[in-house]
Design a protein around this ligand. Structure first.
Ligand SMILES: Cc1ncc(COP(=O)(O)O)c(C=O)c1O
Length: 370
């Protein structure tokens, strides 16, 4: 028998890793789930019908390896070619692939080399540092302004932390977890200033006033990430995509799994694109609820940050955010609290259906007056 401990078989890098912690998915009856930014409404009836129709003997076959039909439809939608598109098992898979394709692991020989750097603002999507760590890359994080706006280029230069030559820079736009939206003109200035790859992660952009898709086709080093998870009610199916320069996209295709997007996911996403009118109506409802919820919580004494997404970041009154998390949970309402210095005083609340938002407001009122 080997005298090695189980952990001895594991690479030191993996042993030391802190895995990404996704929002809880508890199975508690009657729970109002406002913690993972899922859409409160189901996919369109046409999408459900398309998925059901695809469930037959064809399940024994491999799906199309490049999600060809979906890429063709998306190319039409975004005014580009299928070669400008790669589909992923959720956009998370593509963010990971990009880290592997564009960043060198930071071995001793390369310490401090810009080629090894994954860069992002804080707070933003908490997966980025995990992806850097998994790859053994170096990380560089720069704080957003206190109102979660982007620091202007001049300020980034003066601060001396931000790296204009980092191999890969992630920008969550609109920002998560704050919900803050950014102007395409300011994103364009940032993209112009960066020498490495920039990924504009537009996971929530359908709830915003504008989007920066045109930058992915204007710059050879900019990729835009989108997902069907949030706005299109397809978290369960795991479909996301990148748009950008055909050379970069080809590099990502080289390193993905051969059949990285499952067949039912492809069918669901294709049917979604055939029913965009349905979804545009649902965005409007969610935005309406977001504005209502923001007003109601403000009236109760919460500080509510303006949001361009399907969630809001709030600073609750009277007691710490972590205590609010538990108080709400006791009332079967689940929201998200991050144990991170930049946001530990806040709660992130997904905008649910109007009835869910109303239940949250009612519970908050009770907690305040107890
Ligand atoms: C900013 C951001 N980007 C990407 C994703 C990943 O989405 P997907 O479900 O497509 O992997 C999320 C999901 O929470 C997100 O918040």
């Amino acid at each position: 028998m080997s005298s090695r401990k189980n952990t001895d078989y594991i690479r030191p890098l993996v042993r030391a890793l802190h895995a990404y912690v996704p929002g809880e998915q508890p199975r508690i009856k009657g729970l109002i789930k406002l913690n993972t930014n899922e859409n409160p409404y189901p996919p369109s009836p046409r999408v459900l019908a398309a998925v059901r129709a695809a469930v037959d003997g064809r399940l024994r076959l491999y799906p199309n390896p490049t999600a060809q039909t979906l890429r063709e439809k998306l190319a039409k939608l975004h005014g580009c070619r299928p070669e400008n598109l790669i589909i992923g098992n959720g956009s998370d898979e593509l963010l990971a692939l990009a880290t592997r394709a564009f960043v060198e692991p930071a071995g001793t020989a390369l310490r401090g080399d810009p080629a090894t750097f994954v860069q992002y603002f804080t707070p933003s999507y908490s997966l980025y540092p995990v992806l850097a760590d998994i790859h053994g890359a170096a990380r560089n994080a720069t704080p957003l302004k206190p109102d979660f706006s982007l620091p202007p280029i001049k300020e980034l230069k003066r601060g001396g932390i931000w790296k204009f030559d980092a191999a890969l820079t992630f920008v969550t736009t609109p920002n998560a977890p704050s919900g803050r939206g950014y102007q395409t003109s300011e994103l364009e200035k940032l993209c112009s200033a960066q020498k490495g790859i920039v990924i504009l992660d537009e996971a929530y952009v359908d709830f915003a006033n504008g989007n920066a898709m045109k930058l992915s086709l204007k710059f050879p080093h900019v990729l835009v990430a989108r997902t069907f998870s949030k706005a299109y009610s397809l978290c369960f199916q795991r479909v996301g995509y990148f748009v950008g320069n055909a050379g970069l996209i080809a590099a990502l295709h080289k390193i993905r799994d051969s059949y990285n997007v499952n067949g039912l996911g492809q069918a669901a996403a294709v049917a979604t694109l055939d029913d965009l009118k349905f979804y545009r109506a649902s965005f409007k409802r969610i935005i309406g609820t977001r504005e209502w919820l923001s007003r109601e919580l403000t009236n109760l004494g919460f500080r509510v940050f303006p949001s361009q997404t399907n969630f809001i970041l709030v600073r609750p009154p009277l007691f710490p955010a972590k205590a609010w998390l538990q108080e709400l949970r006791d009332r079967k309402i689940l929201v998200r609290w991050f144990d991170l210095p930049e946001v530990k005083d806040y709660l992130r609340i997904t905008v649910g259906a109007r009835s869910e938002a109303a239940a949250l407001v009612k519970a908050a009122g009770e907690i305040i007056s107890q």
